[in-house]
Design a protein around this ligand. Structure first.
Ligand SMILES: [Zn+2]
Length: 193
């Protein structure tokens, strides 16, 4: 989980307040300055340099950060070095819970590549994909040529059926590990039409 960017910092003029223990951070005391993001601002990280270099300060002489939209931006927190670990544990817990509550079940309804398919087609497609995964496992498990030829035919037939359901499988998105995929490819290549 991405938490934020951490700077080891010393304040030059005014003392600050530790986000964790709420005690002061004295001038010249080495402490952690953390930039966390709130909202959907993944892209904003590339703007970070501009933020860091910006001379803008609020009335407490703190960097103002940058608001990207109404509900997103960067947040600066100062922490005693000794409070950093505690803060991180709490932050991680908080963020994990938030994710659990808001992202249960993967991508939001109606945004996946499959959402336009009817339920029956989806179900059929899922079965085909499961059968294909099973066939791949069998290919990995055998070195018998006759068997490999049969299994390759099954793969070819399944690929056509899967394509028939209207959505191609994006291989980048499937979770097969690269080495296994190579092995499968090598084993079935000579039997492919
Ligand atoms: Zn503290």
């Amino acid at each position: 989980m991405f938490i934020g960017l951490v700077h080891a910092n010393r304040k030059r003029s005014k003392s600050g307040i530790c986000k964790q223990c709420k005690e002061p951070i004295e001038v010249e005391e080495l402490h952690a300055l953390i930039m966390t993001r709130f909202g959907s601002v993944q892209e904003s990280v590339r703007d970070l340099r501009a933020v860091q270099e910006s001379a803008k300060r609020d009335r407490f002489e703190e960097p103002t950060g940058r608001r990207i939209g109404k509900r997103e931006g960067l947040r600066y927190s100062r922490l005693h070095m000794t409070c950093l670990a505690k803060w991180m544990i709490v932050y991680h817990l908080y963020k994990s819970r938030w994710r659990e509550e808001h992202r249960r079940g993967g991508r939001p309804d109606g945004t996946g590549a499959l959402h336009e398919l009817g339920d029956e087609v989806k179900l059929a497609r899922r079965r085909l994909i499961r059968r294909r995964a099973e066939t791949y496992r069998q290919i990995l498990a055998t070195n018998d040529d006759t068997r490999l030829e049969q299994l390759t035919q099954v793969i070819v037939a399944l690929a056509a059926e899967i394509e028939g359901t209207g959505v191609k499988v994006i291989s980048k998105m499937s979770r097969r590990d690269g080495k296994k995929a190579e092995t499968i490819q090598r084993k079935i290549q000579r039997f492919l039409p």
